[in-house]
Ligand binder design. Structure first.
Ligand SMILES: *[C@@H]1O[C@H](CO)[C@@H](O)[C@H](O)[C@H]1NC(C)=O
Ligand SMILES: *[C@@H]1O[C@H](CO)[C@@H](O)[C@H](O)[C@H]1NC(C)=O
Ligand SMILES: *[C@@H]1O[C@H](CO)[C@@H](O)[C@H](O)[C@H]1NC(C)=O
Ligand SMILES: *[C@@H]1O[C@H](CO)[C@@H](O)[C@H](O)[C@H]1NC(C)=O
Ligand SMILES: *[C@@H]1O[C@H](CO)[C@@H](O)[C@H](O)[C@H]1NC(C)=O
Ligand SMILES: CC(=O)N[C@H]1CO[C@H](CO)[C@@H](O)[C@@H]1O
Length: 508
């Protein structure tokens, strides 16, 4: 065989193997009919209108107005979803979305944190939900997506106080009562891991508490060694309490389900040494186990109790009973994988990351990133498959929804990288499903460009572009919106040439 042919054959085989592994060899109809495809946004990131119609500030208003974002941005206007939701639901119809996940601004609905309902806030969410239902789009609600009323932070430190459990349950009660006739899918809290660490360990997120040397800035208030654990503990209790309420008061009539969300990365050991294999396992216990193990066993993973000692709160007997079994499904937000190796437990003061006792990075070649968000995060669709299998096995086949998955891009409309990313991660989801993982849905983050908690308006995740420089905030479909739309519409038809012969508005 002449070298050139041999070489082409080799190339062909390699790329065929690669394609078989990663490329779209599937259609919508390969997924079960009750599997649901959607896209997501969240209240502070999408709505804007922060001082309108009776909304009170959330912790994110305070944080952004203190100039804490690297681009000095705020969510004051964001994508102006408060005014543009009808137009956006129309875009969802154009995109053939089967479901939409959004979150409720607690401080818009109940401006004092507890007590009186804001009629305008109630009206907004009723209108949005009606618009979705009218258009046949399944409604998935996140109750608390990183923002809660500033007034509760002022009063008792928000998630740091057990008082929030009762207030959160009351907020959930209002939502179940007012919206539950049209909403069956409830998720209580978004990314407790990220929220606990970002808010109380490294100060990347509102309210920006930390203690030296763990913060991204010089710390003035907080205690990174214990507060993240306390916050997560109260989130777990708040979730469990809201779930119990739903089950006792609403489930029989409304027939819905209540789940919690976790931020998820797969963890690969850097080497095959026992120490690194253990480290990768420990990572999973810290990421997933921290939040999910209490719902399975009523307690935290043993390794967390050992490494964090008394800094990790313990469950009382009645808390343990409340929490155990208090979850109908798990939602995961998934973006990339991590590579970990063992790091000896520091003898000095430790926060959560130090307790985990691993070095982590988002690619094999990067230097360990310490406690910050990785600078680059290569696509690793297989990692999602591992996560779905791991969760199915570790948590007795609880239904799983991929509630966020997506890729950032620049402002371009021709977002070929995003199409590739979504395709391959949806492919991994299908493989996991075929291999028995109990995965029920997949949501792209984000339906359109929004204010990003990391990166403000510099970082674009939308299927639809928002032109933030134009006061009218016009939306434009990206290539990815057209691609997703075609995938969802053409049911049994394999979409193949989407990148070859189409511009950004193709298939719309
Ligand atoms: C999609 O395809 C499946 C199986 O091929 C079929 O049962 C279903 O009715 C189709 N749905 C739509 C909306 O065309
Ligand atoms: C943000 O605002 C601060 C203070 O007003 C200013 O010093 C800084 O240059 C601004 N940064 C950006 C990226 O605009
Ligand atoms: C997005 O896609 C690009 C190109 O594939 C990749 O370099 C980047 O790391 C991805 N980002 C995430 C969050 O996956
Ligand atoms: C956006 O990124 C793509 C690669 O993903 C690149 O081809 C394009 O030039 C970039 N556009 C801008 C405006 O930076
Ligand atoms: C979109 O980007 C791809 C790859 O970067 C390129 O081949 C194609 O010509 C671009 N399409 C348009 C309409 O700009
Ligand atoms: C263990 C784990 O994945 N922790 C993540 C929780 O969220 C923070 C972001 O605030 C990540 O940096 C951690 O890796």
């Amino acid at each position: 065989m002449p070298p050139i042919t041999f070489f082409s054959l080799l190339l062909f085989l390699c790329s065929a193997a690669h394609r078989a592994d990663t490329v779209l060899g599937f259609t919508r109809s390969d997924f079960p009919r009750d599997f649901v495809f959607g896209a997501a946004t969240s209240a502070y990131q999408y709505e804007g209108a922060v001082a309108e119609d009776g909304r009170s500030p959330s912790i994110w208003d305070t944080f952004t107005h203190a100039g804490k974002m690297s681009d000095n941005s705020t969510g004051d206007v964001a994508a102006d979803g408060y005014h543009k939701y009808k137009e956006d639901v129309k875009l969802m119809v154009d995109t053939n979305l089967e479901a939409y996940r959004f979150s409720i601004s607690w401080s818009r609905l109940i401006p004092n944190g507890r007590g009186a309902i804001n009629p305008k806030g109630l009206e907004y969410y009723n209108n949005l939900i009606d618009e979705l239902v009218k258009n046949g789009i399944q409604v998935h609600v996140m109750l608390c997506h990183l923002d809660f009323p500033q007034i509760l932070d002022d009063e008792y430190g928000g998630w740091l106080s057990p008082t929030i459990v009762a207030d959160f349950t009351e907020f959930a009660d209002v939502c179940f009562r007012e919206f539950g006739d049209r909403v069956s899918y409830w998720t209580t809290i978004d990314e407790p891991n990220v929220s606990a660490l970002g808010s109380y360990d490294n100060a990347l997120f509102a309210p920006g508490r930390c203690s030296d040397p763990f913060g991204i800035t010089k710390c003035t208030v907080g205690d990174s060694t214990v507060e993240p654990y306390i916050a997560a503990h109260n989130m777990i209790l708040a979730h469990a309490s809201a779930t119990r309420l739903y089950r006792e008061k609403y489930r029989a009539a409304q027939k819905g389900v209540v789940g919690i969300n976790v931020y998820s990365s797969w963890s690969y050991p850097m080497t095959n040494s026992n120490a690194d294999l253990e480290a990768a396992k420990r990572y999973l216990d810290f990421v997933f186990g921290w939040i999910l193990e209490p719902f399975a066993s009523g307690d935290y993973p043993a390794v967390m109790k050992t490494n964090a000692g008394a800094r990790l709160p313990s469950f009382t007997k009645s808390q343990s009973q409340l929490v155990k079994g208090a979850v109908d499904f798990v939602g995961i937000n998934h973006y990339y994988s991590m590579y970990v190796n063992d790091r000896p437990l520091d003898k000095g003061i430790r926060d959560y990351s130090a307790d985990m006792s691993v070095n982590q990075r988002a690619s094999r070649t990067e230097r360990p990133s310490g406690k910050q968000v990785p600078s680059a995060s290569p696509s690793d669709p297989e990692g999602l498959q591992f996560v779905l299998h791991y969760l199915s096995e570790a948590y007795s086949d609880l239904p799983i929804y991929v509630q966020e998955n997506g890729n950032s891009s620049n402002d371009t409309l021709n977002d070929t990288d995003r199409v590739e990313y979504l395709k391959t991660y949806m492919g991994s989801t299908l493989k996991a499903l075929r291999n028995g993982a109990n995965v029920k849905g997949y949501f792209v983050w984000a339906f359109l460009d929004v204010f990003e908690f990391i990166g403000g308006y510099r970082s674009r995740y939308g299927l639809h572009r928002v032109d933030f420089k134009d006061k009218a905030l016009p939306r434009q479909a990206r290539l990815s919106a057209g691609w997703y739309s075609g995938f969802l519409k053409n049911n049994g038809t394999y979409i193949q040439n989407e990148l070859d012969n189409t511009g950004p508005h193709a298939q719309q």
